[in-house]
Design a protein around this ligand. Structure first.
Ligand SMILES: [Cu+2]
Length: 154
């Protein structure tokens, strides 16, 4: 009797999810669908450290996590959050389903450390993003002016 009730409840839940889901047929497994936009690196003022910003959009039905970042120009790339003006290194950042992970000036940011050379405005740097579930993404990140503001475009 108890078992039958549980089965009915599970069936009802599946029905509710199918009604509210927006993944089309709903036949496939839930997964993240990641894309990167608005990436840039302000030309660094320091010879051995640079910042980087980007937005990761998840159009999928499952959350994912950014777990590491590497680049051809840096010995190490670390991920930082900024809360109340204090920055803290993080080992991962969640990317919610149907959501975004935003790295922007004054907020979450990437730090390129142990630079092999100093990126200059007009160049691009190659950045590889690794995720908990999805395959890696490679981004050609443009180097902008030191004072670049993405909302004005210069
Ligand atoms: Cu930082």
């Amino acid at each position: 009797m108890r078992r039958r009730t549980a089965a009915l409840t599970a069936g009802a839940l599946t029905g509710a999810l199918a009604l509210t889901g927006c993944s089309g047929s709903g036949a496939g497994p839930e997964k993240a669908e990641l894309s990167v936009s608005a990436s840039y690196m302000p030309q660094p003022v320091s010879a051995d450290m640079a910042a980087g910003f980007l937005t990761i959009t998840n159009k999928g039905t499952s959350e994912d996590e950014l777990t590491s970042v590497t680049s051809d120009v840096a010995g190490e790339v670390t991920m930082h959050s900024t809360t109340g003006g204090a920055m803290a290194e993080q080992s991962s950042f969640a990317i919610p389903a149907h959501g975004k992970l935003v790295f922007r000036s004054g907020g979450n940011h990437l730090m390129f450390e142990k630079l092999k050379h100093t990126p200059k405005q007009g160049q691009t740097v190659t950045v590889k993003l690794d995720f908990a579930k999805s395959g890696p993404l490679t981004v050609e990140m443009p180097v902008k002016s030191t004072t670049y503001n993405p909302s004005t475009g210069h």
